[in-house]
Design a protein around this ligand. Structure first.
Ligand code: NAD
Ligand code: TDX
Length: 335
């Protein structure tokens, strides 16, 4: 199988490539990534010389570059490439539309032109909007995105759906809850809090800290996508989540306790505009239809994750200093 992974230098994409190379060493994996600020090839150091792995620096919205890759003959596309940070989408929405909507459309056109056996769109529970105190998101929950990020992801999803309905493109859409684990860019809540707490810096908690996210260990997301690639029914949407709803304050306090740092570091700051109150995924469909089951329980997963950031301080300090960019220049000659 020839697998095109877009956004493979990011948090989930790099975990996915490491996972797939281990599971299927005979699959050919092409990682296409624009290497935005969020792309970090250091995550993939251990496989960079693997005979079945290759890397192409390209933007998914760049038609000639995308065409050139599809000319090689791609069987399956897994589209992780996206602008992914909600706060950045509030500051600068345009790039979110360019990548998450227009870029997805360029990939879809190439998949349609050259033919693929499957196009998997990696999406998010945020497209469903915000929940009240009860209920969960199912695959039939209406889309009601509230941030420029989630609106752009919903736009991409709807194009993927339309290419299936209109052109018969074989697709699946996955919608996962918040991921945590190794290699997450330290702008996201968990690595941000760990890195700042270790430096005894103030910990910004938005609003009252009682917003709820549903957390899933990144490897469990990867195993779900693996199942969707191989067994997902064409045209279907699959929600992915492990029933781990926690308030942000609970997450921050868990990290402080684990690191032995004082709660006085917590600083309540202005709320995120349009801040979704609660996410919660109903994963019944993927569990019943594809037999998916998460391996990691949250209490041990979060401890392992904190330990990983403690053991890989050089990884995140190189991001903070910008030095991770030098590695890319050394390896690939450009940024
Ligand atoms: P990330 O920001 O860590 O990584 C994104 C990657 O995409 C980076 O390597 C970046 O260089 C690349 N990229 C960005 N724009 C590109 C472009 N125009 N062309 C090619 N590459 C480009 O994001 P992540 O957290 O790993 O998320 C990956 C995907 O999973 C996204 O589609 C996101 O919407 C989705 N998702 C994320 C989560 C989460 O909790 N992080 C949850 C559900 C779904
Ligand atoms: O400094 C912070 N303080 C804070 O209180 C940050 C960065 C976040 N928060 C809050 C906002 C959210 O309620 O923590 C929660 C998690 O925030 P993020 O890590 O920014 O994630 P979120 O906005 O929930 O979106 C994430 O999950 C779904 C990913 O970034 C998305 O790409 C994914 O689709």
């Amino acid at each position: 199988m020839k697998l095109l992974v877009t956004g493979g230098a990011g948090f989930i994409g790099s975990n996915f490539i490491l996972y797939m190379i281990q599971q299927y060493p005979n699959y050919q994996i092409i990682n296409m990534d624009a290497l935005t600020y969020a792309g970090n090839l250091e995550n993939l150091k251990s496989v960079q010389h693997h005979p079945n792995y290759s890397f192409v620096q390209a933007d998914i919205a760049d038609k000639p570059a995308v065409d050139a890759i599809f000319q090689q003959g791609i069987d399956v596309v897994v589209n992780f490439a996206a602008e992914s940070h909600v706060d950045r989408s509030i500051l600068e929405p345009e790039i979110f539309v360019n990548t998450n909507v227009m870029g997805t459309q360029v990939l879809l056109d190439a998949a349609k032109k050259y033919g693929v056996t499957k196009f998997v769109q990696v999406s998010t529970d945020e497209v469903y909007g915000s929940l009240g105190d009860t209920g969960l998101f199912s695959e039939t929950t209406p889309l009601a995105p509230n941030s420029p990020y989630s609106a752009s992801k919903a736009g991409g999803d709807l194009l993927v759906r339309a290419y299936h309905e209109t052109f018969g493109l074989p697709i699946n859409i996955t919608r996962c809850s918040n991921n945590y684990g190794p290699y997450q860019f330290p702008e996201k809540l968990i690595p941000l809090i760990i890195s700042r707490a270790l430096n005894d810096e103030s910990l910004p908690v938005y609003g009252d800290g009682l917003n709820i996210r549903d957390w899933l260990y990144v490897e469990d997301h990867c195993s779900a996508i693996d199942l969707v690639i191989h067994q997902g029914k064409i045209g279907e949407v699959y929600n992915i989540g492990g029933n781990n709803e926690r308030t942000n304050l609970h997450i921050v306090k868990t990290i402080l306790e684990e690191l032995g740092k004082p709660e006085s570091l917590i600083t309540y700051v202005a709320d995120r505009p349009g801040h979704d109150r609660r996410y919660g995924i109903d994963p019944t469909k993927i569990m019943n239809e594809l037999g998916w089951k998460p391996k990691h329980n949250f209490e041990t997963g979060i401890k392992e994750t904190i330990q990983w950031y403690l053991n890989h301080k050089d990884w995140w300090t190189r991001i903070q200093s910008g030095a991770y960019r030098d590695y890319m220049t050394q390896q690939y000659g450009k940024r």
